[in-house]
Design a protein around this ligand. Structure first.
Ligand SMILES: [Zn+2]
Length: 438
């Protein structure tokens, strides 16, 4: 009889494997941090230290948030509905310039609590003081790919640009053997980073075989600025600097043309789609159906909480599915399975983690969530993918397991003090009010 650390039973397994296999009366066994058994309950005999009854709910891989700025939870609802430059210059930038380590740590812990409670098990972050982001994620038990934001001007964290590359290299070395935290090199964008900084960032990423992550073609004004400075569009600019390659993860990709998409596909560049942020900031609509048609790997992200204003990937999936339907006036684009894959296995592949997470398969890391489907808005259920994309919400998630560790049970966080985290966030909001004098 097989000895397990954790056994989940009595639910429908959505594996998100290559066949999108659904296993009724599913059983999932975990040994250490690994999924050691997966199958149908009939005839399977196990002994487990701990058994979780999914009570007829859905068992699925934890969701992958492909792009966020986690600590921006502390700016949630600070200022909305303003012209973009007014929002940035009068609120976000002045507040960010006053932040310190503790602020980012507190905001990231809050983000982790929100993500775990809405079924996200892996997130990809770009911000300042990323060592604190890594520390908070590790404390919360979340899997993450994080990197210090790099740009030409001085940073409140590392000072001169030169130090940013050094800081990133130190992060790579410090966290290289960590089971949960991975590091990326993250120049902010083409309009805030010189060609030299971009090239050096790419060299660093290639040297250590870590991802290179950058915002690309998010707004029209960015396109205009890059064209004005370099006489070419953002993707051509990336190409001319030798940055297009499988190491590159491009966030947003709103304003891409056919040629850009072709270059992404040819060079195996990964894209992260952030529909809610793109809508809220009136950035535009990314050509995701066209990217998928060209076999570009596309993951899904929430972006930061100042432009979303939550980290709930269930809401993001719903929006992604609908936005492209109205944009193309075609109800068949971005079907529920496609969108669900973007939030799971395709997102994992985009972050270079497709081999370890994003689907429920034997031998992968045990990143698993359970959804309670005994809710009016999930009754009846003809098709679980439909419910997950169009009806479910983050608070339907009852259990969250990351790397084999049970982090939420029946909606109670086990590893971190939720009320303490929220209290600290409220304290930090007083600093924000003081900084911005309101
Ligand atoms: Zn962003």
């Amino acid at each position: 009889m097989e000895q397990l650390d954790l056994l989940i039973k009595n639910g429908t397994l959505l594996t998100m494997d290559t066949q999108n296999a659904i296993i009724k009366n599913g059983v999932l066994g975990i040994k250490g941090d690994i999924i050691s058994t997966i199958g149908s309950g009939g005839g399977m005999e196990f002994q487990a230290k701990r058994i979780i009854d999914a009570k007829g709910g859905l068992i699925l891989p934890g969701l992958i948030n492909g792009h966020t700025h986690a600590a921006m939870t502390l700016f949630r609802g600070l200022a909305d509905d303003l012209p973009l430059m007014e929002w940035l210059n009068n609120y976000i930038f002045p507040a960010e310039s006053r932040m310190d380590e503790d602020f980012v740590y507190a905001g990231t812990l809050l983000a982790c609590a929100e993500m775990i409670m809405s079924g996200t098990t892996t997130f990809c972050d770009m911000y300042l003081f990323e060592d604190e982001v890594a520390r908070a994620a590790k404390e919360a038990g979340m899997r993450c790919l994080v990197g210090e934001v790099l740009y030409d001007f001085d940073s409140p964290n590392y000072g001169k640009m030169e130090n940013g590359l050094k800081y990133t290299e130190d992060l790579i070395n410090k966290w290289q053997d960590d089971p949960l935290v991975s590091i990326a090199v993250e120049p902010h964008s083409l309009f805030t980073c010189s060609p030299e900084l971009l090239s050096r960032s790419n060299e660093l990423a290639l040297k250590y075989k870590v991802p290179l992550i950058i915002h690309v073609a998010e707004t029209i004004s960015e396109i205009d600025e890059v064209k004005k400075r370099y006489g070419k569009g953002p993707v051509e600019h990336l190409k001319s600097l030798g940055l297009l390659g499988p190491q590159l993860i491009a966030d947003h990709c709103v304003h891409l043309g056919e040629e850009d998409i072709k270059m992404f596909a040819e060079n195996d560049v990964k894209a992260i789609h952030n529909p809610e942020s793109n809508m809220k900031l009136a950035s535009g609509i990314a050509p995701v159906p066209a990217m998928l048609k060209s076999n570009v790997t596309v993951g899904l992200g929430t972006d930061g909480c100042a432009s979303n204003n939550n980290l709930d990937l269930f809401a993001e999936m719903d929006m992604a599915a609908k936005l492209h339907k109205i944009n193309t006036m075609d109800t068949t684009v971005m079907d529920a399975v496609t969108v669900m894959r973007m939030a799971t296995i395709e997102g994992a592949k985009a972050l270079g983690m497709g081999g370890i997470t994003g689907s429920l398969e034997k031998g992968k890391k045990a990143d698993v969530i359970i959804l309670d489907t005994k809710k009016p808005h999930l009754t009846p259920m003809y098709n679980p993918f439909s419910h997950l994309v169009y009806s479910a919400r983050g608070n339907d998630v009852t259990h969250c397991i990351i790397n084999g560790q049970l982090l939420m049970e029946d909606r109670k966080l086990l590893g971190i003090d939720l009320y303490g985290i929220m209290e600290k966030a409220r304290q930090k909001s007083k600093d924000v009010r003081r900084w911005l004098k309101f």
